[in-house]
Design a binder for this molecule. Sequence first.
Ligand SMILES: [Fe+2]
Length: 370
Amino acid sequence: MRSTNVSHKLIGGYLAKNVYCDDGRLLLGKNVKLTPSLIDKLIDNDVYIVYINDQLSDGIEINSVISEEKMNHCVRKVKEVLQNIASKDEKGVQTMIREEDLNMVSDIIKDLIDALEDSENTLYTVVDLMGADMYTYKHSVNVAVLSILTCRSLGYDYNLTKHVAMGALLHDIGKSAVKDNLIQKVERLTDDELKEVHNHAVYGYNMIKDEIGLSGYSKQIVRLHHEKRDGSGYPLGLSETEIPDFVRIVTICDMFDAMTASRVYKRKMPVYEVLDILMAESVYRLDAAILQMFTKNICVFPPGSGVSLTDGRLGLVVEYNVFNPTRPKIRVFEDEEGNFKVQHLDLSEHRTVFIEKTIETDIIQEHYKL
Ligand SMILES: [Fe+2]
């Protein structure tokens, strides 16, 4: 199995994973043979990346910390609950948050913590199988999942993890109070527009600050998730120890997911580049110790992705190495002399060969005429 961009080049190929519509219905099932009209259907539904099975990627399995069915179910629930929380009356005034909606947030988080319990030796893989319209909801669930994993690595107990994850799930609820055209705007924002977008942290906090069904931890996450250690963040410009650890976790998870996601106007960045940026940010702005714990859970080179090696060969990642994340097993298509030969190269045993960068898997197919 490998991930690839949706295009008519995939005609005749087989889907390796289910693809869902925004409302949670199955758009196309696993093992479906792709025809021109099915490719058009994917494009019409804003699906840009799919997993396929073919000769190139045969036998490669992709495990994720959470099943795609569970993820899909959670994203749909989160869509429902966040829309309820953000609802306004006919005069445009924010309505009260209903108790059942906060209970639903709590249930989603309990469900996620339970689902992640058995994933100790599985790394978090960035997946992108839903349409762009679901971005906000998927982002909220991803940030909650990443926060739970980081809390586990930091040794947080169940209750604290739950409060942090509830804050993570709700962190951007204030965006519903900012005009949609500003949130969606592709062009550079003016200073005033940027200020208004930044207000989402305070808007969100005001929406929930009097809720007895939410802990102070969750409320502070909504309010402070854009604060930075050097005082350059917002809304309060707090610095160093003024920003609690449980907030710093969500800040890192939020930035990671935003940078690794592909959106209509933005290609996604490879995971190792995102981790490098976060690492640089941790010198002054992010918490370096928390970032280290966060990184331990992240799959840097996911199975099924394409890579180019420093010895000039191209290959597909077959299996990651939990103890040595930058040295996975690679399927290469030529031997050291440059003759076509499919073989496995375990980078943990070949210390002089390095991954140069990730590449589209189609490039490998074209290069070796597979
Ligand atoms: Fe935010």
